[in-house]
Design a protein around this ligand. Structure first.
Ligand code: ADP
Length: 338
């Protein structure tokens, strides 16, 4: 049994399904990213874990004990599950120390506050007011406030989405590192694939109230459970082809396969595994140069493709090019039969 579990959790709102029977297992000390498009049920699942919402079916257990179930419901404040929301707002009229003490409610003691500030490396800022903090420091204080009651699990609901891009990449790395250092069991909800890969030891990919795949970021990226997962976690060309003997023949030639599939299939080709050269197979329709790499939009006999190369552009729109595959065994899925 895992540290925190959701078992067959279902929830409908006014007849609309938000969660359609979700199983999720989180190990002690791990950071799990819950990734999915807007409206797929991430927040509902988080709120059910915290006890802020009651499911129609299923149960939640922590350390083997039922928190939510048909015959038992532990109140949110007794779960020792902390929540950090998108709006991290600190109280402007309170010092850092008092903001952290606030997380402790009436039981707050100064020993616990200084211990927590120590833990997140903010002791030297205890007497400052929020408007005397940098954005990164303010986020750390907000995390300290959630950590002060010593939660067993910390839940983050889109915690970085209000930050501008530069601050966001820095702060999410900082908070994720802190959670790992502390071996804090944590769940980060996000709709941003890149963010989920940075903060999650594992990523759970959700769609329409279901979990489609759970795995380490590299596994989900390289071995997606479906073509939908493939396109949701990063860019992917999904080409149809015919699989035989570990290969599939496609518009870009022979592509090695990761599995042993045979017959008509859809194969997932990541843009970075396509090689673009001088030739006569297709035509460049657009070029985007990002500095660290270049993407080409290509058309090959009616098939549209995107290729990414680590180089400045060698080709311009209208140029004729060759395209081939140079990558590891690709994921493929049997074509839906007609
Ligand atoms: P996400 O966090 O992935 O964006 P949510 O869990 O917020 O998704 O929502 C899942 C679905 O449930 C959506 O269709 C949403 O509109 C619906 N929903 C969520 N909360 C409520 C509510 N309190 N009342 C009615 N519908 C809700």
């Amino acid at each position: 049994m895992s540290y925190l579990q959701a078992n067959d959790v279902a929830k409908r709102f006014n007849g609309t399904s938000a969660l359609a029977g979700v199983d999720l297992a989180v190990e002690q000390g791990e950071s799990l990213a819950l990734l999915g498009p807007s409206g797929c049920g991430k927040t509902t699942l988080l709120r059910i874990l915290a006890g802020l919402e009651v499911p129609d079916r299923g149960d939640i257990t922590l350390e083997g004990r039922t928190l939510t179930g048909p015959a038992r419901f532990v109140a949110p404040e007794q779960r020792r599950i902390g929540m950090v929301f998108q709006d991290w707002a600190l109280f402007p009229h309170m010092t850092v120390a008092r903001n952290v003490a606030f997380g402790l409610g009436r039981a707050g003691d100064s020993g616990r506050v200084s211990e927590t500030l120590d833990l997140v490396g903010l002791s030297h800022l205890a007497d400052r007011y929020p408007d005397e903090l940098s954005g990164g420091e303010a986020q750390r204080v907000a995390v300290a406030r959630a950590l002060a009651p010593r939660p067993r699990v910390l839940l983050f609901d889109e915690p970085f989405s209000n930050l501008d891009a530069g601050l966001r990449t820095r702060i999410r790395a900082d908070v994720a590192a802190l959670m790992r250092e502390m071996r804090m069991t944590s769940i980060f909800v996000t709709h941003d694939q890149e963010e989920s890969f940075v903060v999650g030891d594992r990523v759970a990919v959700m769609s329409e109230g279901r979990i489609m795949q759970v795995g380490r970021p590299a596994d989900v990226y390289q071995n997606p459970a479906s073509a939908w997962v493939a396109t949701f976690v990063g860019e992917a060309n999904v080409l149809s082809g015919m699989a035989t003997n570990g290969h599939v023949s496609t518009a870009v030639g022979e592509v090695p396969l990761a599995g042993t599939l045979r017959g008509p299939c859809e194969v997932v080709i990541r843009p970075e595994y396509l090689v673009v050269g001088r030739g006569d197979q297709g035509v460049v329709s657009a070029v985007e140069f990002y500095g660290h790499d270049t993407t080409y939009q290509l058309a090959l006999n009616g098939t549209k493709l995107v290729a990414r190369v680590i180089a400045a552009p060698d080709f311009a729109p209208g140029d004729r090019v060759s395209v081939s595959y140079a990558g590891p065994g690709a994921a493929a899925f049997a074509s839906a039969s007609h």
